[in-house]
Design a protein around this ligand. Structure first.
Ligand code: COA
Length: 318
């Protein structure tokens, strides 16, 4: 996570909002924002997360066959953040590319790597979620700037002979609903006039109300698909690591699935919504807190811009 903390109280001095409103409507208390002074970009956060993941896994960069980054806020249009990470790690044997799937970017990346491993073309990979949403947020729009933040998380995924690992993944999309959450940053559609540029067309735009309802619907249905596919009941899930968008969305999903909140990991009060980085960050914190044991069934579930949504059930095998 970037070191710089932006609290709800700080936001009270930027837009017309209050700590009380943000906490009650979203569950977020503070978030991390990358430092302009240190020119901290998405790639820098991704590199730091990757180094920690490789250290924990005891894997050296030259063993990596693939680096895949889920992001909607790359350092530049191209080359990819994954190539920036590849260079920094000196991962000379790795293919590297980004995946754009909104807040579901991490689960899309994970399933891409899972399939590459299963097909035999990849042995070990880095799967990363990394974002600097603060660079596309309109800091005059109180409906979005209080929710979104920066961060990165990384996982090392490798082939194994033993049973377990990723039991199944389920990914969906509905492009008809793109206008619920989008940014025209890096658009191939140029504004007609410079005037349009002044309208700040590149900032992220969101219909929070409609997205809120759709998110609960998608999270519940995809989680049920994942449970059904693996003949698991909700009681057999040991930990849910959901995309950290809004505590009320997460509570509604848990309630609907009959999963008690003490089995649902949340850290959005500290970090806000970091899009595709939220699941790997939460998974790492849950792991470092000792909440994951060998054999546990872990449900990862997300939704985001696109719309995209997805779920993976992982049998923790380390
Ligand atoms: N501080 C104070 N008031 C705010 C505010 C803020 N930061 N943001 C919006 N408001 C106001 C609105 O202007 C509105 O005022 P009005 O009634 O006078 O028009 C009022 O609060 C209620 O707004 P509403 O949008 O109905 O609130 P809500 O209960 O739906 O909560 C969100 C708003 C954004 C927190 C909620 O819709 C949400 O979380 N949606 C999903 C967003 C999301 O997860 N996006 C990422 C997807 S990956």
């Amino acid at each position: 996570m970037p070191e710089r903390i932006l609290s709800n109280r700080d936001l009270e001095g930027i837009v017309d909002t209050s700590d009380e409103w943000i906490m009650r409507r979203s569950g977020i208390k503070e978030r991390r924002i990358s430092s302009n002074k240190r020119k901290e970009k998405t790639g820098d956060l991704a590199i730091r997360a990757s180094l920690r993941a490789l250290e924990m896994a005891g894997v050296s960069p030259d063993k990596l066959d693939m680096i895949v980054v889920g992001t909607v806020t790359p350092d530049r249009q191209f080359p990819s953040v994954a190539c920036t990470v590849q260079e920094a790690l000196n991962a000379n044997n790795a293919a590297a590319f980004d995946i754009s799937a909104g807040c579901s970017g991490f689960l899309y990346a994970l399933e891409t790597v899972n399939n590459a491993i299963r097909s035999g073309t990849c042995g070990t990979a880095l799967v990363i979620g990394a974002e600097c949403l603060s660079t596309i947020v309109n800091w005059e729009d109180r409906g979005t700037c209080v929710l979104l933040a920066d961060g990165a998380g990384a996982t090392v995924v490798s082939s194994a002979t033993e049973q377990g690992g990723i039991l199944s993944s389920h990914l969906k999309s509905d492009g008809k609903l793109w206008e619920l959450l989008y940014s025209s940053y890096g658009s191939s559609h140029l504004p007609e006039t410079l005037m349009d540029m002044d309208q700040k067309p590149f900032f992220l735009k969101m219909n929070g109300n409609r997205l809120f309802k759709k998110a609960i619907e998608c999270l519940c249905s995809i989680s049920r698909d994942a449970l059904r596919h693996n003949s698991l009941s909700s009681e057999e899930i040991d930990l849910v690591v959901p995309h950290q968008a809004n505590i009320r969305i997460i509570q509604a999903m848990a309630n609907n699935l009959d999963i008690p909140m003490d089995k649902v990991y949340t850290n959005l009060h500290k970090y806000g919504n970091t899009s595709s980085a939220s699941i790997p960050i939460a998974l790492d914190e849950a792991n470092r807190e000792g909440l994951l044991s060998k054999g546990d069934n872990v449900l990862l579930v997300s939704f985001g811009a696109g719309l995209t949504w997805g779920a993976s059930i992982v049998r923790w095998s380390i």
